[in-house]
Design a protein around this ligand. Structure first.
Ligand SMILES: Cc1ncc(COP(=O)(O)O)c(C=O)c1O
Length: 378
């Protein structure tokens, strides 16, 4: 058996939507991006969403929205993907690494509070693997210290915490629709907020600084009598980026959004099977404190094992792909200058193994992985 670690679950619904895009022959930033933005806003329950080409772009622009003075500090967890902290550097700000909770592997709120100083302006909680950072407590802390909150929801599209969708707790939520995530648009991302005034200026930033996108310009020029020749007119008043989502991505996203709840439910079912399967192996613990109450969106299932590298090789020899999420950021050369400790992150990552848990994984494949985990310890 050969089992992939990640695999996007795409099929005929996505193809049908793509066919319509081809028939219309408008592939770039167009009406489907607007439609996807609106449907996304109503799905997660926020006032405004802006489609971009990745969560990396979303995080970059989310920080830009606040216009923080250079060299202010932004708190980020030590265990996350580079983009969370790269976004801080893109904005000429300083990342401050916060240690993680030993059991859940998300930002430790005690360490967060201990690291806040007068130069800190924002915090980016990451719902690592889909496990929600306790957002009620984090928001109280942020309010007390005057911090802006950008939720990095790259791993938890559709997930909830205490009955409210993740991505709607902070001032801005950023999502990833990269091919491996809970839902995909190939590559893609979304910026969401309940404060349209805060994020609307980002539409120009995602579109090389242009104040009106081409589709809306063409639409608003239709049938215009006065100044009709000016339909081409636009102005650039900010230094923007080519970060837009396009209609090909949005077509896939609209189909995926319809399946998102079912896909998240399937991931929970897979995780349930793994949790049952590893119960009898004392040398293996779950990566995080997976709760399966019905509203969670977990990007992946992972385990912890002291014999991490040996187990990875054993699984590889049986055709099972694995991964490690994540090598703590302060250990990477780029972020070493910002290393400020984080002993828990630096210890626990050594035991992390991510196992195949994508939506199309079959029950017999899960059983095969579990059998191989047992086999390793026999
Ligand atoms: C926590 C986190 N934030 C941001 C990103 C960036 O996402 P994207 O690939 O959409 O840029 C990732 C990607 O894996 C991630 O894991």
């Amino acid at each position: 058996m050969n089992i992939r670690l990640f695999k996007p679950s795409v099929g005929k619904e996505e193809l049908e939507n793509l066919k319509a895009v081809f028939d219309r022959a408008w592939l770039g930033l167009g009406p489907l991006v607007s439609q996807f933005e609106q449907e996304w806003s109503s799905y997660i329950g926020c006032k405004d969403s802006i489609g971009v080409n990745s969560a990396t772009a979303a995080l970059h622009l989310a920080l830009t929205a606040f216009g923080f003075p250079p060299q202010k500090k932004v708190l980020v967890p030590a265990i996350t993907f580079t983009s969370t902290a790269s976004a801080v550097l893109y904005n000429n700000l300083i990342p401050v690494f916060v240690d993680v909770d030993p059991e859940t592997a998300v930002m430790d709120l005690n360490d967060l509070e201990a690291k806040i100083d007068k130069d800190c302006v924002a915090v980016i909680p990451v719902h690592n693997a889909g496990y929600p950072v306790p957002m009620d407590d984090l928001m109280s802390l942020a309010e007390k210290h005057g911090l802006k909150v950008i939720e990095d929801c790259a791993h938890c599209a559709g997930g909830e915490y205490k009955g409210r969708k993740l991505g709607t707790w902070g001032h801005i939520g950023c999502f990833s629709f990269e091919e491996k995530k809970c839902m995909t648009t190939g590559d893609g991302g979304m910026i969401c907020s309940d404060d349209p005034e805060l994020i609307e200026p980002l539409r120009a930033y995602r579109w090389v600084g242009i104040d009106k996108d081409t589709w809306r310009r063409a639409e608003s020029a239709k049938g215009r009598q006065e100044n009709e020749a000016l339909h081409w007119h636009y102005e650039i008043s900010v230094l923007g980026y080519k970060y837009n989502m396009n209609d090909i991505m949005a077509a896939i996203g609209l189909a995926q959004l319809k399946k998102l709840d079912a896909m998240n439910a399937r991931r929970r079912a897979i995780i349930g099977k793994y949790l049952d399967g590893i119960k009898a192996i004392p040398q293996i613990l779950p990566y995080t404190n997976y709760r399966l109450e019905g509203h969670e969106a977990y990007w992946f299932f992972g385990i912890r094992c002291e014999l991490r590298d040996e187990l990875i090789v054993h699984l590889k020899n049986s055709g099972i792909a694995t991964g490690v999420h994540f090598y703590p950021l302060p250990l990477h050369p780029l972020f070493k200058p910002y290393d400020n400790g984080c002993p828990v992150a630096k210890e626990i990552w050594k035991t992390f193994i991510t196992l195949p848990s994508h939506v199309d994984l079959k029950d017999d494949e899960i059983a095969y992985v579990i059998e191989n985990l047992h086999g390793f310890f026999k």
